[in-house]
Design a protein around this ligand. Structure first.
Ligand code: TMP
Length: 265
């Protein structure tokens, strides 16, 4: 099987495997592959707020591609194979572990609320948290005890997930620091990739400004989805800035579908 050989299937004939708030998964061109499609939809944590932000999906596809490709390059296993077009990427099909793995370097969001620590406080060390992926329950925070007791992952798998989370965090902290951005926190998801009888845990889903807190080093400006959650506006501009700094978009390039371009006369 050559998974790198493109085979195009018209959108209408594709089998939809799963539809989430911001992404759709379609059957891939070869067994064991899927197509991950990034939508423009934005929702807050409990999906109470919903909006369509033109251009967000295109930017997340490009930014997530960049981050996953770099992780692949340094030997961190991920589900990512390659980007197919503006909104889609080819990925390996994995068995998702029903956890959100949150890594925090700086206090913000729910940690600040829960523990009364001022946003922006540097944490004494990176902290890993787990949320059980269950929308109806509001993705509650759980401990390793819950995870093993309810069979969502084994103790060995939790160790593997935590080791991956630390490697991803170390790498992304350095990468973002290099372009003047502080990685405050991020969420990642993992899956089991089966190769014959061997199973290994890989990073799956996406890593983008939708699932990270990214603050400008100097100004502390938010370059992430908090701009939507906190009704600050300027989300596409912030994501475009992240993409530019990562070298994805050229100086004058705009993500397709991001709205009208002002042409100066
Ligand atoms: P939190 O402070 O709201 O718990 O979020 C921590 C980080 O995880 C933040 O970068 C946003 C990300 N996150 C998601 O991407 N999806 C989620 O469902 C949650 C709870 C957090």
């Amino acid at each position: 099987m050559d998974i790198n050989k493109p085979r195009y299937t018209p959108m209408s004939r594709r089998r939809r495997i799963y539809e989430g708030k911001a992404k759709v998964l379609y059957e891939g061109p070869e067994p064991g592959t899927l197509i991950q499609h990034f939508k423009d939809d934005a929702t807050d944590f409990n999906a109470k707020k919903h909006d369509v932000i033109e251009g967000k999906g295109v930017l997340n596809n490009r930014i997530s591609e960049c981050l996953f490709q770099r992780l692949n390059d340094i030997g961190v296993p991920t589900h990512f194979i390659r980007r197919l077009n503006m909104r889609e990427q080819l990925i390996r099909e994995v068995e998702m572990i029903p956890l959100e793995v949150v890594v925090r370097n700086v206090a913000a969001g729910s940690l600040s609320k829960r523990l009364g620590i001022e946003e922006g406080t540097q944490l004494p060390r990176s902290i890993i948290e787990f949320n059980y992926k269950n929308e109806q329950l509001g993705n509650p925070m759980v401990s390793e005890e819950h995870i093993t007791a309810f069979g969502w992952a084994t103790p060995q798998e939790i160790d593997d997930v935590m080791a991956l989370a630390i490697r991803v965090n170390d790498f992304l902290c350095g990468l973002f620091l290099g372009v003047g951005i502080r990685l405050v926190d991020f969420k990642m998801e993992c899956g089991r990739l089966w190769e014959n009888d061997l199973m290994r845990i890989v990073v799956a889903d996406e890593i983008s400004p939708d699932s990270c807190r990214l603050w400008d080093i100097k100004s502390n400006d938010k370059l992430d989805k908090d701009r939507f959650r906190r009704d600050m506006g300027g989300l596409v501009e912030a994501y475009t800035d992240v993409a530019r700094r990562l070298g994805i978009l050229g100086e004058n390039e705009r993500p397709q579908g991001a709205g009208p371009v002002l042409v100066k006369g």
